[in-house]
Design a protein around this ligand. Structure first.
Ligand SMILES: [Zn+2]
Length: 215
Protein backbone atom coordinates (compact mmCIF):
# COMPACT_ATOMS: atom_id res chain seq x y z
CA UNK A 1 0.00 0.00 0.00
CA UNK A 2 1.18 3.49 -0.82
CA UNK A 3 1.53 6.00 2.07
CA UNK A 4 0.30 3.59 4.72
CA UNK A 5 0.36 6.01 7.65
CA UNK A 6 -1.49 8.74 5.74
CA UNK A 7 -4.03 6.14 4.61
CA UNK A 8 -4.94 5.11 8.17
CA UNK A 9 -4.99 8.74 9.30
CA UNK A 10 -7.84 9.39 6.84
CA UNK A 11 -10.12 7.26 9.03
CA UNK A 12 -9.19 8.82 12.38
CA UNK A 13 -10.76 11.90 13.94
CA UNK A 14 -8.88 14.46 15.99
CA UNK A 15 -11.09 17.50 15.42
CA UNK A 16 -14.41 16.45 16.93
CA UNK A 17 -14.30 16.91 20.71
CA UNK A 18 -16.81 14.17 21.51
CA UNK A 19 -14.66 11.36 20.10
CA UNK A 20 -12.82 8.96 22.44
CA UNK A 21 -9.02 8.81 22.30
CA UNK A 22 -8.95 5.57 20.27
CA UNK A 23 -10.24 7.68 17.34
CA UNK A 24 -6.95 9.63 17.28
CA UNK A 25 -4.72 6.95 15.74
CA UNK A 26 -4.73 3.43 14.28
CA UNK A 27 -4.40 0.50 16.67
CA UNK A 28 -3.56 -3.21 16.56
CA UNK A 29 -6.19 -5.83 17.40
CA UNK A 30 -6.49 -9.56 16.72
CA UNK A 31 -4.14 -9.66 13.73
CA UNK A 32 -5.49 -6.46 12.16
CA UNK A 33 -4.61 -2.79 12.19
CA UNK A 34 -7.75 -0.70 12.53
CA UNK A 35 -8.70 2.97 12.55
CA UNK A 36 -12.07 4.55 13.16
CA UNK A 37 -13.95 7.79 13.85
CA UNK A 38 -17.04 5.82 15.04
CA UNK A 39 -18.88 6.33 11.72
CA UNK A 40 -16.32 4.66 9.46
CA UNK A 41 -13.78 1.93 10.30
CA UNK A 42 -10.94 0.37 8.31
CA UNK A 43 -9.00 -2.83 8.95
CA UNK A 44 -6.05 -4.41 7.18
CA UNK A 45 -4.10 -7.55 8.12
CA UNK A 46 -1.10 -6.59 10.25
CA UNK A 47 1.25 -8.89 8.31
CA UNK A 48 0.52 -6.98 5.07
CA UNK A 49 1.69 -3.66 6.55
CA UNK A 50 5.06 -1.99 7.04
CA UNK A 51 4.37 0.20 10.06
CA UNK A 52 4.44 -0.60 13.77
CA UNK A 53 1.11 -0.35 15.55
CA UNK A 54 0.32 -0.91 19.20
CA UNK A 55 -2.64 -2.18 21.21
CA UNK A 56 -2.68 0.83 23.52
CA UNK A 57 -5.97 2.58 22.98
CA UNK A 58 -8.86 0.79 21.36
CA UNK A 59 -12.62 0.32 21.71
CA UNK A 60 -13.94 -2.41 24.01
CA UNK A 61 -16.10 -3.83 21.27
CA UNK A 62 -15.48 -3.95 17.53
CA UNK A 63 -18.55 -4.01 15.28
CA UNK A 64 -19.05 -7.13 13.16
CA UNK A 65 -17.81 -6.91 9.61
CA UNK A 66 -20.86 -8.13 7.66
CA UNK A 67 -21.09 -11.01 5.17
CA UNK A 68 -21.09 -10.29 1.47
CA UNK A 69 -24.57 -9.68 0.02
CA UNK A 70 -23.70 -7.76 -3.14
CA UNK A 71 -20.84 -6.99 -5.50
CA UNK A 72 -20.62 -3.49 -6.98
CA UNK A 73 -17.69 -1.46 -8.20
CA UNK A 74 -17.79 2.22 -7.19
CA UNK A 75 -15.12 4.33 -8.94
CA UNK A 76 -13.29 6.99 -6.94
CA UNK A 77 -14.07 9.44 -9.77
CA UNK A 78 -17.82 8.94 -9.20
CA UNK A 79 -17.53 9.57 -5.45
CA UNK A 80 -15.43 12.70 -5.98
CA UNK A 81 -17.66 14.07 -8.75
CA UNK A 82 -20.81 13.55 -6.67
CA UNK A 83 -19.32 15.15 -3.54
CA UNK A 84 -17.95 18.12 -5.51
CA UNK A 85 -21.39 18.74 -7.05
CA UNK A 86 -22.74 19.56 -3.56
CA UNK A 87 -22.23 23.21 -2.53
CA UNK A 88 -19.65 23.64 0.27
CA UNK A 89 -22.20 25.75 2.16
CA UNK A 90 -25.84 26.14 1.24
CA UNK A 91 -28.70 28.13 2.80
CA UNK A 92 -31.51 25.59 3.00
CA UNK A 93 -35.20 26.10 3.88
CA UNK A 94 -36.02 24.07 6.99
CA UNK A 95 -39.28 22.71 8.40
CA UNK A 96 -40.48 20.88 11.50
CA UNK A 97 -37.82 19.72 13.96
CA UNK A 98 -35.01 20.82 11.64
CA UNK A 99 -36.32 24.41 11.91
CA UNK A 100 -35.62 24.55 15.64
CA UNK A 101 -33.19 27.39 16.36
CA UNK A 102 -29.74 25.98 17.26
CA UNK A 103 -28.72 29.10 19.19
CA UNK A 104 -31.49 28.82 21.84
CA UNK A 105 -32.39 25.12 21.29
CA UNK A 106 -35.88 26.20 20.22
CA UNK A 107 -36.68 27.99 23.49
CA UNK A 108 -36.62 31.49 21.98
CA UNK A 109 -34.62 32.86 24.92
CA UNK A 110 -30.93 33.11 25.65
CA UNK A 111 -29.23 33.96 28.91
CA UNK A 112 -26.83 36.87 28.93
CA UNK A 113 -24.26 37.27 31.67
CA UNK A 114 -23.07 40.76 32.51
CA UNK A 115 -20.16 41.33 34.85
CA UNK A 116 -20.32 44.70 36.62
CA UNK A 117 -17.37 46.82 37.78
CA UNK A 118 -17.32 45.03 41.16
CA UNK A 119 -16.85 41.74 39.37
CA UNK A 120 -20.36 40.64 40.24
CA UNK A 121 -22.30 38.63 37.67
CA UNK A 122 -25.84 39.50 36.59
CA UNK A 123 -27.90 37.05 34.56
CA UNK A 124 -30.96 37.89 32.51
CA UNK A 125 -33.00 36.14 29.83
CA UNK A 126 -33.42 37.89 26.50
CA UNK A 127 -35.15 37.12 23.22
CA UNK A 128 -32.77 35.02 21.13
CA UNK A 129 -31.15 37.35 18.53
CA UNK A 130 -30.92 34.57 15.90
CA UNK A 131 -34.64 33.65 15.77
CA UNK A 132 -36.04 36.89 17.30
CA UNK A 133 -37.50 34.92 20.19
CA UNK A 134 -39.57 32.63 17.95
CA UNK A 135 -37.53 29.48 18.65
CA UNK A 136 -37.73 28.59 14.96
CA UNK A 137 -35.79 29.69 11.89
CA UNK A 138 -36.77 29.57 8.21
CA UNK A 139 -33.37 28.70 6.77
CA UNK A 140 -30.15 27.19 8.01
CA UNK A 141 -26.65 26.99 6.59
CA UNK A 142 -25.69 23.43 5.76
CA UNK A 143 -22.07 22.46 5.21
CA UNK A 144 -21.34 19.90 2.51
CA UNK A 145 -19.99 17.40 5.04
CA UNK A 146 -23.26 17.38 7.01
CA UNK A 147 -25.27 16.19 4.01
CA UNK A 148 -26.08 12.71 2.71
CA UNK A 149 -25.73 10.74 -0.51
CA UNK A 150 -27.85 7.72 -1.37
CA UNK A 151 -25.99 4.83 -2.98
CA UNK A 152 -28.60 2.46 -4.39
CA UNK A 153 -30.97 2.13 -1.40
CA UNK A 154 -28.58 3.03 1.41
CA UNK A 155 -27.87 6.56 2.65
CA UNK A 156 -24.35 7.62 3.69
CA UNK A 157 -23.01 10.82 5.20
CA UNK A 158 -20.84 12.94 2.95
CA UNK A 159 -18.34 13.20 5.83
CA UNK A 160 -17.76 9.42 5.76
CA UNK A 161 -17.59 9.29 1.95
CA UNK A 162 -15.10 12.19 1.94
CA UNK A 163 -12.86 10.19 4.29
CA UNK A 164 -13.14 7.10 2.10
CA UNK A 165 -12.38 9.09 -1.07
CA UNK A 166 -9.35 10.77 0.52
CA UNK A 167 -8.01 7.41 1.73
CA UNK A 168 -8.46 5.90 -1.75
CA UNK A 169 -6.63 8.82 -3.30
CA UNK A 170 -3.78 8.61 -0.77
CA UNK A 171 -3.24 4.85 -1.22
CA UNK A 172 -3.83 4.82 -4.97
CA UNK A 173 -7.13 2.92 -5.30
CA UNK A 174 -9.25 3.88 -8.34
CA UNK A 175 -12.37 2.03 -7.17
CA UNK A 176 -13.93 0.48 -4.10
CA UNK A 177 -15.75 -2.83 -4.19
CA UNK A 178 -19.07 -2.68 -2.31
CA UNK A 179 -19.70 -6.09 -0.69
CA UNK A 180 -22.57 -5.43 1.70
CA UNK A 181 -25.35 -2.88 1.52
CA UNK A 182 -27.52 -3.00 4.64
CA UNK A 183 -31.30 -2.59 4.67
CA UNK A 184 -31.35 -1.63 8.36
CA UNK A 185 -29.01 0.21 10.69
CA UNK A 186 -25.98 -2.08 10.33
CA UNK A 187 -22.67 -1.20 8.67
CA UNK A 188 -22.04 -1.43 4.92
CA UNK A 189 -18.90 -3.29 3.83
CA UNK A 190 -16.53 -1.96 1.18
CA UNK A 191 -13.21 -3.46 0.09
CA UNK A 192 -10.04 -1.88 -1.25
CA UNK A 193 -7.64 -4.15 -3.10
CA UNK A 194 -7.24 -7.71 -1.81
CA UNK A 195 -7.36 -7.31 1.95
CA UNK A 196 -8.44 -3.89 3.17
CA UNK A 197 -11.99 -3.75 4.51
CA UNK A 198 -13.97 -0.62 5.34
CA UNK A 199 -17.29 -0.52 7.17
CA UNK A 200 -19.48 2.59 7.14
CA UNK A 201 -22.55 3.17 9.29
CA UNK A 202 -25.47 4.33 7.13
CA UNK A 203 -27.55 7.41 7.96
CA UNK A 204 -31.12 6.95 9.16
CA UNK A 205 -33.85 6.33 6.56
CA UNK A 206 -35.35 9.68 7.54
CA UNK A 207 -32.31 11.63 6.43
CA UNK A 208 -32.74 13.54 3.23
CA UNK A 209 -30.10 12.59 0.62
CA UNK A 210 -29.07 15.48 -1.61
CA UNK A 211 -27.52 13.28 -4.33
CA UNK A 212 -27.99 9.73 -5.57
CA UNK A 213 -25.56 7.20 -7.08
CA UNK A 214 -27.06 4.19 -8.87
CA UNK A 215 -24.85 1.15 -9.33
ZN1 LIG B 1 -33.17 31.16 18.80
Amino acid sequence: MKREKDFFDCFTEKNLEDRPSFCYKPFYRDGFVMATDLAIMVRAPYHSLQGVYDKSEQPKRIPDFPQQNCDFELPLATIVKTIKSIPEVEEVRVHGLAAECDECDGSGTVEWVYEDSDGEEHRKDFDCPICDGRGKVKTKKYLREWRCIKINDTIFSVRALMKLAKAMDVAGFDAVNIRNMPTGYTPALMCLGDNIEVIIMPCSKESNPIREIKL
